[in-house]
Ligand binder design. Structure first.
Ligand SMILES: Nc1ncnc2c1ncn2[C@@H]1O[C@H](COP(=O)(O)OP(=O)(O)OP(=O)(O)O)[C@@H](O)[C@H]1O
Ligand SMILES: [Mg+2]
Length: 315
């Protein structure tokens, strides 16, 4: 099992009787920024702690950059860069001192060589101007980027980043995204988690969805959406005026249910795929009903995740 940069096979994490990660398997190719998305308690951090060799799994196999992390833990640590969520930074060091300390810990050469690496890492995360600032004086977004710089200090080829964009504003998120994509272009493989699907969709080439310890779907953001999206869509049509004729017409279509009219607004459920919806919309628009607007409700990424989480809770 050494095809991808990250290979996980039947990974299980139990805390006593509680199953936090339920036999998941995953393969991430080299050079990807890959997302793991799931609501609170999905098992993301538990999975990442195993990958970072901080915790032994109940069972399962994991190889990173071709190294079996359970058999060759020390060697694996050399290729792993792990960024925990809410990582602390020291208050009494300047940025460059903090990074230099880590460069020294990793024995990254003499003073001059270390300094060169510190400068490189500061540049990747766009904090060069702050090199002489105190760590404690950074904003949240800057702190996240500093921790990222520390994580990449030893040039890891597999980066495991737990919620690196949490609490970041859109600009800081974009900077984080650029930093991660730059790393992937340089050959690193990046696994990044979030509970916000849209955040990962813009950052990652592919992603997978985790809920209550299970992996539910993986692929591009669009593929995941299609896999998890319900076949039954909730649609809303708005007409020029209240429209009895359209209600009668909708009732004759067996694919349609739950029709609700509120003045000129009509919502209903439609069973069918994208092409069938296009055909339906074409007929509706050309039927002389005075159709003014049309939208699909409840199908955003976030809605889908909420639906999935609720369905799991019920079952
Ligand atoms: N040390 C522990 N002992 C017992 N249960 C734990 C422990 N760590 C995590 N859990 C449980 O395992 C489940 C998964 O937790 P985990 O931290 O992996 O989730 P997560 O996806 O990272 O969530 P979040 O988005 O909140 O960070 C949760 O239900 C949690 O309560
Ligand atoms: Mg977590």
């Amino acid at each position: 099992m050494s095809a991808g940069a990250i290979e996980i096979k039947d990974l299980r994490v139990d805390y006593g009787d509680f199953v936090a990660v339920n036999d998941i398997s995953l393969s991430v190719p080299y050079g990807e920024v890959f997302g793991l998305v799931g609501p609170n308690g999905a098992g993301k951090t538990s999975t990442f702690r195993v990958l970072a060799t901080l915790m032994e799994p109940t069972y399962g196999e994991v190889s990173l950059a071709g190294i079996d992390i359970l058999e060759n833990t020390e060697r694996a640590r050399e290729v792993i860069g792990y960024m925990p969520d809410l990582a602390p930074v020291p208050s009494d060091l300047k940025l460059w001192e903090f990074l230099d300390f880590h460069a020294d810990t990793h024995r990254l050469g003499n003073r001059k060589e270390r300094r060169a690496r510190v400068d490189e890492c500061l540049d990747i995360v766009n904090l060069t101007e702050k090199e002489n600032a105190w760590c404690k004086a950074l904003s949240r977004g800057q702190t996240q980027r500093l921790v990222l710089a520390k994580t990449l200090m030893h040039r890891p080829s597999v980066m495991i980043l737990d919620e690196p964009a949490s609490g970041l504003d859109p600009l800081s998120r974009r900077e984080m995204r650029h930093a991660l994509q730059k790393l992937a272009k340089g050959g690193a493989t990046v696994l990044v988690s979030s509970h916000i699907l849209t955040e990962l969709a813009e950052m990652c080439s592919s992603l997978c969805v985790m809920n209550e310890g299970n992996l539910l779907a993986s692929g591009t953001a669009e593929e995941v959406r299609a896999k998890l999206g319900k076949k039954e869509r909730s649609l809303r049509a708005t007409f020029l005026a209240e429209n009895e004729a359209v209600l009668r017409w909708l009732r004759t279509d067996s694919r349609i249910s739950e029709i609700r009219a509120d003045g000129p607004d009509v919502t209903f459920h439609f069973v069918g795929n994208d092409e069938e919806q296009v055909g339906f919309l074409r007929t509706l628009a050309s039927g002389g009903f005075g159709l003014k607007a049309f939208e699909e409700e409840g199908s955003s990424f976030e809605d889908i995740l909420v639906q999935v989480a609720e369905e799991n809770r019920k079952s």
